[in-house]
Design a protein around this ligand. Structure first.
Ligand SMILES: *Cc1c(COP(=O)(O)O)cnc(C)c1O
Length: 401
C-alpha cells in the first residue's frame, strides 16, 4: 500500500496539520524522508530526542529490554523502573518518583498531589492553583486549564475550578493573587511553547519566597527544560532554587514515551494507595530506555557540551541576523533557543519554518513570532554549521519574499 500525506486527511482526526514531508529514517541529527531527501534536525522532536535519532545507547537499551520483559502493571514493580527512580533520586532534590507516560500526565499527577497535600494538611479551602499566562502544561483538561492560553482550554465546557494566572516574570502580579488559600504555583523555568522565554533568576527566587510565605507548593514544569536541555540536568539547578515538585517527560525517554513526577517523601506520602495511578506508568521498556538516556546525558561532557553548542548556535544566528535583520532577539537557555522576529517580520515564524524545510532543515516555531530550535544535545558541531547554512538560505528566501 502506498502511504502518502493524503492518507492523513483521509484517516486521521484533523487536530494536526502536519508537513507534507513523511520522514522514514533518522540517525544522529539527520533524517530522511520517503523520497530519500535528507534533513538536518534542529527540532529534536520538540525537545524530545535529546540524543538525536537511534542513539546506540538507547537502541541497545531498547533491544536488551525487548528480549526480556515489556510490560507488567503496577500490581508488580520491575527492575528498570526501580533503577530509573534511583537514578533520578540520586541526581536531584527528589526523594520519591511517580512514573507517567507523558508531560501532561506528569503534571496531572503533580496538580492532584498538590491539591491532596493541601487538603490533608490545611483543609478543603486551600485549593487555589496559580500558573502563568503563556504557560503550557499539557492537554488534559486540568493541565490545559492550568496552562495560560485560553485558546487551548476554551470550548470544552466547564473547567476545573480555582485556577488563576499571573504575569510571567512579574512578581507583583503573583503577589496580587497569592494568598493563604493558594495550594500550589506551577511554573516553567523557561516557557517553551509560550515563546522560549526564560524566567529571570530574581523572579524564580521571588516565586519561591512567596510560596514559602503562604505554605504553597512550588511546582516546576521541566517537561521541556529537563534532562540536559539547558546545560544542567534540570534547569532548577542553574537557578539555585529547589521546587517541591518537579515534572519531567519529553527528553526523559529520548523518544520513548515516558514522564515522571519527582518530589519529597513528606509530600509524596499524601498519594496513598489508590489515590492515583496509571496502567503503563513505570513500564519496563520505557524505563530501560529512559535510564540509558539519563545516564548518557548526565555526564560533565554532555552537559558542558550543551553550553558550548548553544554558544555556537547563537553566534551563528546572530551572524545571520547581522546580514538579514529579521530578529529582534536570540534568547533561551542551553539548546532551547528562540529567534524572535522583529516588527518587520512579525507573524512570519511559520513561513521561516516552512522555508527551512525546503532547504533541508527541520526547525520549530513557538507561537507566530518565534522560530524555535531544540536539537539533539549531542549534535555534532559540523551539523550545527551545516544546518545554520541551510537556515540562512531559508531566511534569505523569506526576506526576498
Ligand atoms: C510538551 C510539554 C508538556 C506536555 O507534554 P506531553 O508529553 O505532550 O503531554 C507539558 N509541559 C511543558 C512545559 C511542555 O513543553
Amino acid at each position: 500500500m502506498q502511504v502518502t500525506r493524503s492518507l492523513f486527511d483521509e484517516v486521521m482526526v484533523p487536530n494536526y496539520a502536519p508537513s507534507k514531508i513523511i520522514p522514514v529514517k533518522g540517525e544522529g541529527s539527520r533524517v530522511w524522508d520517503q523520497q530519500g531527501n535528507e534533513f538536518i534536525d534542529f527540532a529534536g522532536g520538540i525537545a524530545v530526542n535529546c540524543l538525536g535519532h537511534c542513539h546506540p545507547a538507547l537502541v541497545s537499551a531498547l533491544n536488551d529490554q525487548a528480549d526480556k520483559l515489556w510490560h507488567l502493571s503496577n500490581v508488580m514493580t520491575n527492575e528498570p523502573a526501580l533503577l530509573l527512580a534511583k537514578a533520578l533520586v540520586d541526581a536531584t532534590f527528589a526523594e520519591k518518583v511517580y512514573f507517567a507516560n507523558s508531560g501532561a500526565e506528569s503534571n496531572e499527577a503533580a496538580l492532584k498531589l498538590a491539591r491532596r497535600y493541601a487538603k490533608d494538611k490545611y483543609g478543603e479551602q486551600k485549593n487555589q492553583i496559580i500558573a502563568f499566562k503563556q504557560g503550557f502544561h499539557g492537554r488534559t483538561f486540568f493541565t490545559v486549564t492550568v496552562g495560560g492560553q485560553p485558546a487551548y482550554s476554551d470550548g470544552f465546557g466547564p473547567k476545573p475550578d480555582a485556577i488563576v494566572h499571573a504575569e510571567f516574570n512579574n512578581l507583583d502580579s503573583l503577589k496580587a493573587l497569592i494568598n493563604d488559600n493558594t495550594c500550589a504555583v506551577m511554573v516553567e523555568p523557561v516557557q517553551g511553547e509560550g515563546g522560549v522565554m526564560p524566567a529571570s533568576k530574581e523572579f524564580i527566587k521571588g516565586v519561591r519566597e512567596l510560596c514559602d510565605a503562604h505554605n504553597a507548593l512550588l511546582i516546576f514544569d521541566e517537561v521541556q527544560t529537563g534532562v540536559g536541555r539547558t546545560g544542567e540536568l534540570y534547569a532548577y539547578m542553574g537557578y539555585g532554587v529547589t521546587p517541591d515538585i518537579l515534572t519531567t517527560a519529553k527528553a526523559l525517554g529520548g523518544g520513548f514515551p515516558i514522564g515522571a513526577m519527582l518530589t519529597t517523601t513528606e509530600i509524596a506520602k499524601h498519594l496513598v494507595v489508590g489515590t492515583h495511578g496509571s496502567t503503563y506508568g513505570g513500564n519496563p521498556l520505557a524505563c530501560a530506555v529512559a535510564l540509558a538516556a539519563v545516564n548518557t546525558v548526565n555526564t560533565p561532557a554532555v552537559l558542558s557540551g550543551v553550553k558550548a553548542k548553544a554558544q555556537l548556535f547563537k553566534d551563528g544566528l546572530n551572524k545571520i541576523n547581522e546580514k538579514y535583520h529579521v530578529f529582534s532577539e536570540i534568547r533561551g537557555a542551553g539548546l532551547l533557543i528562540g529567534a524572535v522576529l522583529n516588527s518587520d517580520y512579525a507573524g512570519k515564524a511559520r513561513d521561516i519554518m516552512l522555508a527551512s524545510a525546503e532547504e533541508g532543515l527541520m526547525a520549530l516555531v513557538a507561537g507566530t513570532n518565534v522560530v524555535r530550535f531544540a536539537p539533539s544535545l549531542v549534535i555534532p558541531d559540523a551539523d550545527i554549521e551545516a544546518g545554520l547554512a541551510r537556515f540562512e538560505q531559508a531566511v534569505a528566501s523569506v526576506v526576498k519574499g
